[in-house]
Write a protein of this length. Sequence first.
Length: 173
Amino acid sequence: MDLVVVANDPLPGVRALKVPVIPDPPDIQRAAQREGRRLGPLAGVLAGMEWARKHHPHAGWILTAPADAPFLPMDLTVRLCGLMHVPEPDVLMVRHGRRREHALAVWSVKLAGDLRRALLEEGLRRVDAFAERYVLAELAWPGGGAPFLNINTPADLTAAARRLAPARPRSRR
């Protein structure tokens, strides 16, 4: 299994991971320039699918996970793979409570052509709108959404730092 980072403007620390860092496909980048904005997570999913098809032509699936979710469970891939059975879904997403984690999913690479058309010809940007066109399954995660916390704001970062801080021993005075 390979780890690949999709990033159009990778931060310096990303290169230090010593894994492939790939941008969105060139035609997707051109479309984004025309629109004056990035095309969102689906562009990254497409980049991952195309990388997998090129470097692992027999691979049928990719797993996508957002880089801003640092607490993903260690057994997540095992649980996801446990739901991949015949007939296999085209997309498998994680759900906790009523929230579906759109960027945390297993995708069939056979969807790459349809995804490219949806992005370029239809202007589709919503992950769920694309995924719901196909056989979509969900892994119902037990418990709350704490493992899927996204770090998007300074407040989120502060909360994550508190969560990571080791428990301080109490003073015996």
